[in-house]
Design a protein around this ligand. Sequence first.
Ligand code: SF4
Ligand code: SF4
Length: 120
Amino acid sequence: MHPCLTCGACCAHYRVSLHWSEAEPSLGGTTPVRFTEPCGPHLLAMRGTWQAKPHCVALIGAVGKAGGCSIYAQRPSPCRELKAAWEDGSPSAQCERARLAHGLPALGPQDWPLAKPVAA
Ligand code: SF4
Ligand code: SF4
């Protein structure tokens, strides 16, 4: 099983901010605006992530048990860009920090047994 499906830590650790156009259909934006709130002159934040203890409203399930994004296909660019550590053969400080903050072990290459080795 993909480690993100039993995690969700990054969705409950960081403020997820995005340009308002990502939630503007007339400009090609796909993120549902109802899941966002203004957080700056040109920025929105995913609701729930701009608070002392972030927890995105789109996150389904308990962190560390069954993390899932209810708007996966429409998630904003910061979520698309945050890579799970070692999925592509390289570390991810953001993934590691979020997991450790939730008491989860950092991922390592051993968590991707089916991944192809990175060419030297
Ligand atoms: S913290 Fe890492 S493993 Fe967990 S959901 Fe985010 S990218 Fe996936
Ligand atoms: S939009 Fe989805 S992937 Fe992004 S923080 Fe929220 S639950 Fe996580």
